[in-house]
Design a protein. Structure first.
Length: 255
């Protein structure tokens, strides 16, 4: 099944985790995919394994966005899908958070998405045949609620949530859709420090699973990648400004 046949997609933070999972599903569904990341070695390896392309990009730098979108459109002539996935996580109480740490998280997680939307829209407006495209912004369930120790991360992801809605409002008339995905606890390297710090990683995993109504952690490709494929495809042409929560029931409450 090739739900994305003929479409060109750019996925940031594609060297691992949710970005790599989305790329796997995009390629399997017929898209031409360009991955970006600051991790050149891992990004190149993932791209080669999947049959995608790789470009180095720091999403917090506007000149990198200009260069990346220029290269994508030079190679492929258009941009149909942009997945703003690149992000970083920190955990620190508000009154102990260094300003530099706060700013770094917002630079990557929120400003990076703003720049992606800004330059992605410009590219999509120049598509042959007229403006069109789908922008998919990765937020989080903690972009919808608070999280102890996660002030910077929550603030950045909450900003992505509302930025998405503004982009959707402005660009619907141009045929460009914008939606956000809000993952819960997904099996990615972001969990590695949590398990490493636990005296019993298996018990920690079991605890996390017990907090979820579906009783299991999410998987990058199956759960987030497939949702991204839906939002990128023509199956979702009447969906924009939406919050797609993929969390195993986490935000519903305890089972």
């Amino acid at each position: 099944m090739t739900r994305l046949e003929g479409k060109v997609g750019l996925i940031t933070g594609g060297a691992s985790g949710l970005g790599a999972g989305a790329a796997e599903r995009f390629v399997a569904n017929g898209a031409r995919v360009v991955l970006t990341d600051i991790d050149v070695d891992r990004g190149t390896t993932v791209a080669d394994e999947l049959g995608a392309e790789f470009l180095r990009q720091d999403v917090a730098r506007e000149e990198d966005w200009e260069a990346t979108l220029g290269e994508v459109t030079n190679r492929h002539g258009r941009l149909d899908i942009l997945v703003n996935n690149a992000g970083i996580f920190t955990s620190c109480p508000v009154d102990e958070t260094p300003l530099e740490q706060w700013q770094t998280v917002l630079d990557v997680n929120l400003t990076g998405v703003f720049l992606g939307c800004k330059h992605g829209i410009r590219a999509m407006k120049a598509n042959p045949g007229g403006p069109s495209g789908s922008i998919i912004n990765l937020s989080s369930v903690v972009g919808m609620r608070g999280q102890p120790g996660g002030s910077a991360y929550s603030a950045s992801k909450g900003g992505v949530r509302l930025l998405t809605k503004s982009v959707a409002l402005e660009n619907g008339p141009h045929g460009i859709r914008c939606n956000s995905i809000h993952p819960g606890i997904i099996e990615t390297p972001i969990l590695d420090p949590l398990f490493a710090a636990s005296p019993d990683p298996d018990a920690m995993r079991a605890h996390l699973e017990r907090t979820l109504p579906l009783g299991k952690l999410g998987e990058p490709a199956r759960d987030i990648g497939n949702m991204a494929v839906y939002l990128a495809s023509d199956e979702s042409v009447y969906i924009t400004g939406a919050e797609m929560v993929v969390d195993g029931g986490m935000t519903v409450g305890l089972p």
